[in-house]
Design a protein around this ligand. Structure first.
Ligand code: PGA
Length: 251
């Protein structure tokens, strides 16, 4: 029997919802009901505000990126120790929007991952294929390569602080969701890749699905077996929808 607690993370991207306080308190109540872990990943400048809003709600918070160096002459950047300093628990790394719009490579993501873990942060590591890659039958090759590239040099102990997110690029922000079968197949393959590398510890790793997950499709995705939660964009900007997604994680 797996020890994997269900996990639902909001990725607010470059948005700060006016009703952030309502979203966080609704998420906290829903998470208490369903026994799920809930996390809000907010833009850097609002993290302190989100930290205050999360107090006593049971909801934790994190960032959506960090720099790979701890400090120094990197104008405009934010480091992992800075995030830890303000109490952030998580950081999202390897999101496809960062790969596509900011040119982040597996090697850079690997450096950021090392920096985040060294600072005591937990990492939500994202991998996913484009539509062209899926249609060419390369989905699992692409997701495995991104996973193993990001984890290069990361040992079994550190690996316990990573949550994985399978996010097909074609499903993000498009309203198109991978079917439960498609999503589960890749989540299972990622866990198999982890098992080959880290042994049975892989059975304790949460593997999330992300890409237009919402209150309507969440139950079917979670029922598939290898999907332990979600990384949620649009639906996490709405208090009712996000709470409903979290409630669906009840065992
Ligand atoms: P979406 O975003 O739920 O709006 O598709 C998910 C993500 O990008 O993490």
């Amino acid at each position: 029997m797996s020890k994997r607690t269900k996990f639902m993370a909001a990725n607010w991207k470059m948005n700060m919802p006016a009703d952030a306080s309502d979203i966080i308190s609704a998420a906290g109540e829903a998470a208490a009901d369903s026994g799920c872990e809930a996390v809000i990943c907010a833009p850097f400048v609002y993290l302190s505000e989100v930290a205050t809003l999360c107090k006593n709600t049971g909801v934790s918070f994190g960032a959506q990126n960090c720099h790979e160096k701890p400090a120094g002459a990197y104008t405009g950047e934010i480091s992992a120790p800075m995030l830890a300093d303000i109490g952030a628990e998580y950081v999202i790394l390897g999101h496809s929007e960062r790969r596509a719009y900011f040119g982040e490579s597996d090697a850079l993501i690997n450096s950021k991952l090392g920096a985040a873990l060294a600072a005591g942060l937990k990492v939500i590591l994202c991998v996913g294929e484009t539509l062209e890659e899926r249609e060419a039958g390369k989905t699992c090759d692409v997701t495995r390569a991104a996973l193993l590239g990001a984890l290069d040099g990361i040992d079994g102990g550190e690996f316990a602080n990573i949550v994985l997110a399978y996010e097909p690029v074609w499903a993000i922000g498009t309203g198109k969701t991978a079917s439960a079968e498609q999503a589960n197949e890749v989540c299972k393959d990622l866990r198999d890749a982890l098992r080959e590398r880290y042994g049975d510890a892989a059975d304790d790793t949460r593997v999330l699905y992300g890409g237009s997950m919402n209150e309507k499709n969440v139950a079917e995705l979670l029922a598939a077996g290898d999907i332990d939660g979600g990384l949620i964009g649009s639906a996490a900007l709405d208090a009712q929808k996000f709470a409903a997604v979290i409630r669906a994680a009840r065992p």
